[in-house]
Design a protein around this ligand. Structure first.
Ligand SMILES: [Zn+2]
Length: 194
């Protein structure tokens, strides 16, 4: 089983993604840290895991097609992109999982991850769209449209919210989140427990 994990943003130091106005923590750093944790959990149960970037300075990752081509040429079985959300209002909070429009394998993957995150964090808000019968939201995000593998994008929490921004900066919380995502992936594949 080959899993491609995509820590969003970075590429150039000029794209930190969203930045917490409270702590200064950067989305690009949080999601890289979490991606490395997801990788460790999945490798421990025998999956092959590739990250689309392993550092901040990979300039080629500025081009999203680099990330999707990497996943496709590696023939990944699953693709999961990690992000932190941000809003003008500091009261916005919660997690979202996105897929491309329509019912695909990505929707099944997204639901498995959503359920594990909801189980791990009953105190956090799941921001859902059940109009198509499942909790994920749908959009034509580039990395969801151009990956061959079933794909989803996790907006882990709002870095622009004071409480969630502090949680996102906490390695122990990151690790719980990473384990929940890894469990969602193994639930999708079927079998192995983490
Ligand atoms: Zn992002």
């Amino acid at each position: 089983m080959r899993i491609c994990i995509d820590p969003g943003h970075a590429g150039r130091l000029t794209d930190p993604g969203a930045v917490s106005p409270f702590t200064g923590v950067r989305e690009s750093d949080v999601v890289l840290s979490m991606a490395l944790m997801v990788q460790r959990y999945l490798q421990a149960v025998g999956y092959e895991v590739m990250l689309t970037r392993t550092q901040d300075e990979q300039s080629e990752t500025d081009d999203l097609s680099y990330r999707t081509n990497l996943s496709n040429s590696w023939r990944a079985d699953l693709f999961v992109s990690l992000h932190c959300n941000s809003a003008g209002s500091s009261s916005a909070q919660g997690y979202e999982i996105w897929t491309s429009p329509g019912q695909t394998q990505g929707d099944i993957l997204a639901t498995k991850i959503f359920n594990q995150v909801a189980d791990e964090f009953p105190d956090r808000v799941g921001r859902t769209d059940y109009t198509d019968g499942d909790p994920d939201k749908e959009s034509r995000f580039y990395v969801l449209m151009y990956t061959d593998a079933p794909a989803c994008l996790v907006e882990t929490a709002f870095i622009s919210n004071e409480e969630e921004g502090q949680l996102l900066a906490n390695p122990a919380w990151q690790d719980r989140y990473a384990r929940a995502i890894a469990r969602g992936i193994t639930d999708y594949v079927g079998g192995l427990s983490i």
